[in-house]
Design a protein around this ligand. Structure first.
Ligand code: HEC
Ligand code: HEC
Ligand code: HEC
Ligand code: HEC
Ligand code: HEC
Ligand code: HEC
Length: 429
């Protein structure tokens, strides 16, 4: 019997090692693509889409179109590649005369490779989605695409479970045969007698299977992993509103105002530079322009119905140019909303840390209607805090901190006041 379990171990070990390897390799790739997606959205999505031309060329297929060394050089510093007279670069630049790719000196080789991995992953995702959509004949493509990497994980898991099942059945058969061979060699038991009987005794077989401890253990384990991962995923997505895009009372377009007309974010969201809240502009701010801009050329000389809504909110009469008494605020639907127990301060991130609005809110200047771009989960905040270096040059707060640190090193007294404990904002909102 010991020999047999040795055989079992010998076969089982390489199989499990191979499975673990397979899993870790595929999850590593998924991680690269995930990192690449973040970098892509922050740096590239204002000009590129993976599928379809935008301000720059379509990026799907670029891994095949160009070799990697060229891509690394190009993405790191496109203007210098063009300046060097590289023929591919010159041709590309000529194809896109109205825009030019900026340099990304801050991106390391690893990060650029992650972007390329992300592009490849998107291509594969689309290929599977297309195949699925084609096979069912329904527009299943979109659904499959939104399933993202965890969909693959679950399919993978099911495949592993089935594989493990088959392996166990085969091994069981092998063990039984071996046992029989050994037994017959030692003449301990007679040749198996072919007994006539009910051949399809499924319940009996099931009972036998249920007695197989290894099999029962494996099945329970796999079931636990499967249910656990599905439950884990569901729980993590509770309260996450990524992509949230409510209908707004006025069709206000950031693409038109911040994009085409290049109005600075600060003009309407000045709060983001001064305080905790970015704030939504009041209708009076709109009137700075919309007293005069009526967009009437689009409506046969009539006032735009959307701009009329601003006038109505202010009870403004364009004929007499007077404001009436029945004013009420425009009821914009709030999109980004942290729970009350989380404190987030815009000016600290925008002014002190120097983070661009787009890093957190996405390519706002291209959005016809705003949607929530980032998940706004605690994990999201924490990840960024772990990656982002603080900007301490010329920052009085950090100078103070360094001074306090020097004092501590010399054994001198440091009070809470020296760490900013007298600043009004530390205790007051
Ligand atoms: C300001 C707009 C802009 C941004 C931002 C931008 N690109 Fe580009 N990209 C272009 C344009 C335009 C071209 C075409 C060449 C040219 O005119 O300079 C291009 C070309 C490319 C090419 C070559 C495509 C081909 O068919 O060979 C790649 C690859 C590329 N960009 C990747 C990226 C990546 C990755 C990022 C983000 C790190 C990025 N780009 C950010 C505008 C941009
Ligand atoms: C002309 C005024 C104006 C300009 C310029 C402007 N915005 Fe806005 N923004 C608004 C108004 C009005 C709303 C509320 C309606 C909406 O959500 O579309 C808003 C909403 C938003 C929201 C969503 C707020 C929420 O409810 O969570 C974000 C984020 C935002 N703006 C970011 C920006 C950024 C970034 C820029 C610069 C690229 C910018 N805005 C430029 C007027 C402006
Ligand atoms: C700095 C000037 C400026 C400010 C401030 C401004 N807009 Fe505009 N807005 C424009 C311009 C320019 C257009 C384009 C007009 C055109 O297409 O003829 C426009 C167009 C629009 C349109 C589209 C009209 C249509 O039917 O095509 C709407 C709606 C609009 N603005 C709403 C707002 C609201 C709401 C605010 C305040 C939150 C606001 N705008 C603030 C300059 C401004
Ligand atoms: C570090 C990430 C980050 C950056 C950078 C950032 N925001 Fe925000 N923004 C958020 C978060 C988180 C919320 C939700 C805040 C809440 O619910 O308390 C938010 C909410 C908003 C809102 C709606 C609610 C409010 O505070 O009035 C607007 C408008 C807005 N941001 C505009 C901007 C603009 C404009 C910029 C650039 C000047 C900017 N944000 C930069 C993360 C960011
Ligand atoms: C784009 C990256 C980024 C994201 C996303 C981000 N932060 Fe920050 N955050 C920073 C940086 C950088 C600083 C340091 C600023 C400084 O030097 O004071 C900071 C500082 C802070 C501080 C002050 C810490 C201290 O010791 O004074 C708080 C509080 C904070 N962030 C909360 C949040 C919350 C809450 C979220 C998520 C809703 C968030 N941040 C998302 C980059 C980010
Ligand atoms: C160490 C924390 C701390 C700091 C720093 C601080 N305050 Fe206060 N402040 C408080 C507390 C606590 C109260 C409430 C006391 C009470 O209700 O008796 C308060 C009350 C006040 C009030 C009275 C509010 C009212 O409703 O009666 C004002 C005004 C005020 N603070 C302004 C300031 C200003 C301006 C600064 C900066 C120069 C500042 N505080 C710094 C803790 C602080």
């Amino acid at each position: 019997m010991r020999n047999i379990s040795l055989v079992f171990e010998r076969i089982a070990k390489p199989i499990s090692v191979a499975l673990v390897l397979l899993f870790s390799v595929s999850s590593l790739q998924a991680q690269d693509a995930k990192e690449g997606e973040t970098i892509f959205k922050a740096n590239c999505s204002s000009c590129h889409k993976v599928f379809g031309k935008f301000l720059g060329p379509e990026l799907a297929g670029v891994n095949e179109r160009r070799d990697e060394a060229w891509l690394l050089k190009w993405i790191h510093n496109a203007p210098s590649v063009i300046a060097s007279g590289d023929p591919i670069a010159l041709e590309l630049d000529a194809q896109f005369p109205s825009a030019a790719m900026t340099a990304f000196p801050q991106l390391g080789e690893g990060q650029i490779k992650s972007i390329l991995a992300y592009i490849k992953a998107e291509e594969e995702k689309k290929a599977t989605a297309d195949a699925a959509g084609g096979a069912t004949g329904v527009g299943g493509g979109a659904a499959a695409a939104s399933g993202d990497a965890s969909g693959f994980m679950i399919v993978g898991l099911v495949a592993v479970i089935i594989l493990a099942f088959v392996v166990i059945l085969v091994l069981n058969k092998v063990i039984r045969t071996l046992e029989r061979v050994i037994a017959s060699n030692k003449n301990l038991i007679p040749e198996p007698v072919l007994v006539e009987g009910p051949k399809k005794d499924y319940i009996g077989k099931l009972k036998k299977l249920a007695k197989n401890k290894k099999l029962v253990f494996f099945t329970v384990l796999m079931l636990a992993i499967f249910l656990g991962s599905a439950g884990w995923k569901t729980l993590w997505n509770v309260g996450v509103h990524e992509g949230y895009q409510p209908v707004q009372p006025i069709k206000f377009s950031h693409q038109l105002h911040a994009g085409v007309n290049q109005i600075e974010c600060q003009y309407c969201h000045g709060g983001a530079f001064k305080s905790k809240n970015a704030s939504i502009p009041s209708a009076n701010v709109c009137m700075n322009c919309h007293k005069a801009i009526t967009a009437s050329d689009k409506y046969d000389g009539e006032l735009s119905p959307e701009i009329a809504k601003i006038y109505r909110a202010l009870d403004y009469n364009p004929e007499t140019m007077e404001y009436g008494p029945n004013q009420r605020p425009i009821e914009w639907v709030r999109i980004h909303n942290l729970p009350d127990f989380a404190y987030f301060n815009h000016s600290q991130h925008v002014v002190v840390a120097g983070v661009e609005c787009q890093t957190c809110h996405g390519p706002i200047e291209t959005m016809e209607e705003i949607y929530q771009y980032s998940p706004l989960t605690m994990k999201w905040c924490i990840n960024c805090h772990q990656e982002t270096e603080v900007n301490h040059e010329g920052n009085a707060y950090y100078d103070q901190l360094i001074a306090a640190h020097e004092k501590l090193k010399k054994g001198e007294k440091v009070t809470a006041a020296m760490l900013g404990g007298l600043e009004c904002g530390k205790c007051h909102y």
